[in-house]
Design a protein around this ligand. Sequence first.
Ligand code: ATP
Ligand code: MG
Length: 428
Amino acid sequence: MAEKLQAPRGTFDVLPDSAALRERLLEQVASPLFSQAGYGRIETPTFEDTALFARGVGESTDIVSKEMYSFVDQGDRSLTLRPEGTAPVCRAYVEHGMHKLPQPVKLWYEGPFFRQEAPQAGRYRQFFQIGAEALGSDDPALDAESIVLAARLLERAGAGGTRLRIGSLGSGAERAEYSETLKAYLRENASGLSEDVVARIDLNPLRAFDAKHEGTQAVLAGAPRLLDSISAEDKAHFEEVLALLDAAAVEYEVDTTLVRGLDYYTRTLFEFTSDRLGAQSGVGGGGRYDGLVEMLGGPATPGIGWAAGIERILAAAEAEAPPAQEPAAYVALDEGADRTAAFALLLKLREVHGLAAQIELAGRSMKGQLKSASRLGAKTLVIFGGERGQYDAAVKNMQTGEQTELTGLTAGDYFDRIAEHVLAGVKA
Ligand code: ATP
Ligand code: MG
């Protein structure tokens, strides 16, 4: 036997039960929620120029420095399987001149993302996200609307035990000043910090707040807080966001140490976790990115958005797969039955009468066919027999056991007569 091939490490197949859950999340929860809020759907390519992420997400981030699937194509271009969705959406906003549309432009997306991380429960190398981006306004109401949408999505998806933490990173000079203060503090206390954090003091000092290392956490417990040094304007913006969340009855905790793994955030920053998940408790997160579009070569454009992991939403929802649709009819073939006519009957039931219908496809005996019909939960069983041009059919109501025999079906309308009885059986 040839060597057995497996899906690459950290990836998974979506089989029908799980596909049904995902479909329900997208079609019944996400799609109506977004369209009600005026968000349009966007799909960007699965791969982009590597430079988009290097510039947009930031060279110093884990994503760019360790986790990207980058490759050189036949034309010597460096491409990367997208690790996140915000930079691609901003690229598309600039590329399609969306700044000329009435602002804000509100977009949502769903699809696969790729990061070369150590696979474990809830952490994959290909995973799926639902995300939302709103560009072209820095109104705090846009932040609040975006966060409320994330909260409602999780709620309606049934994700339980969720918690929202929120902070503000401020912007401009105050933020740059704070960065210097923090760098100095970290250098003074470098002996207690992890090597990783020390190595990034200059590059990305804020990320120290994200470290799991105990010594680092102890040092940071006494560190100056960004939230205390943001400008009065940024503070007022943040207060307004919080007031609107209060009005929407969205619960949150202000977290002065919140940082996230992407460089582009400014002002509002937030993260949803669920205590129903294990170590990988983050369900979704996002924030404002007022400098990103400009950094990608577009006009100065504020924006805010978030992304949530579909696998983690479903895990936090502990949802059961919706039952498969029960067929209205199962067409069983009597011995010697005209298979072509039976097949035509099947298609007529489906396509003309709009019924879910199945037919025997594996050559089972009559006993086996009856078993299949009841395993599938078919509402009626059509035993199709007779000879070419001279058909018989027995239509059995599987709930009541009631059976109607139709014999000598010769006229062109025999399919309709069978369908009539199937319909009666379905309604009964
Ligand atoms: P984490 O802290 O778990 O690494 P993150 O901060 O890197 O998450 P984001 O980049 O903000 O995550 O992505 C948003 C969401 O996408 C996360 O909250 C999570 O639900 C999901 N996600 C991120 N990385 C993965 C992954 N490798 N596998 C599965 N889901 C993921
Ligand atoms: Mg991560």
